[in-house]
Design a protein around this ligand. Sequence first.
Ligand code: MG
Length: 248
Amino acid sequence: MIVIKSQQEVDRMRNPCRMVAEFLQSMREVVKPGITTLELNQLAEQHCISHNAVPAFKGYGGFPFAICSSPNEVVVHGFATDNPLRDGDIISIDFGVLYDGFYGDAAITLPVGSISLEKQRLLKSTEASLYAGLEQVRPGAHLSDVSAAVQQVAERDGFSVVREFVGHGIGRELHEDPQIPNYGSPGTGPVLKQGMVLAIEPMINAGTRHVKILSDGWTAVTKDGRPSAHFEHTVAVTDEGYEILTCV
Ligand code: MG
């Protein structure tokens, strides 16, 4: 069942969403060669403490960190480590918080130092696929219009869409209905209504779409070892379109 939020509830979601966005924005300055993902995770924990918020992912199904930190071929759900990031890496950071009864969730992929042309294209295309999906969000649209728009951009650019992980509704729960695949044909699935709040999150691979899970039970990597990128926003369906809640 897809929960419709009142305007007051959407307004209450602005705080956790802004906290997430502010942290991810700060990462643009912080991420550089030499820093470790454990240090990034520590900063996320501090961000939560200073905002009286709860890190949403820590303890979720046993996940041990406040952020999912996923370098290079890691698609999503990477563990923080004490391995320094190196010049030429990319790092996906997915972060969520719970505040005042509601969740916010967003992700970005950042370059570490100077990155290859292929990685630049991958980051640009993945973010563009997210915005192409967002552009479909309005009352009366079908959910799969979003999915199809994401897929169209990623595949146009020669990349592939991960199937195993999808976006989701969000609100009083981190993961609510509906599931939001990043592929599919337009014109099917639930019809969007004002008051739905959606976390849309394409994960796009430079090589093939196939992934495997490492022995820690969480870390998803590309099967071919090529890089993967991830961008996510939490958005509300408004009376005539959408509003990004995870903005600063
Ligand atoms: Mg999410």
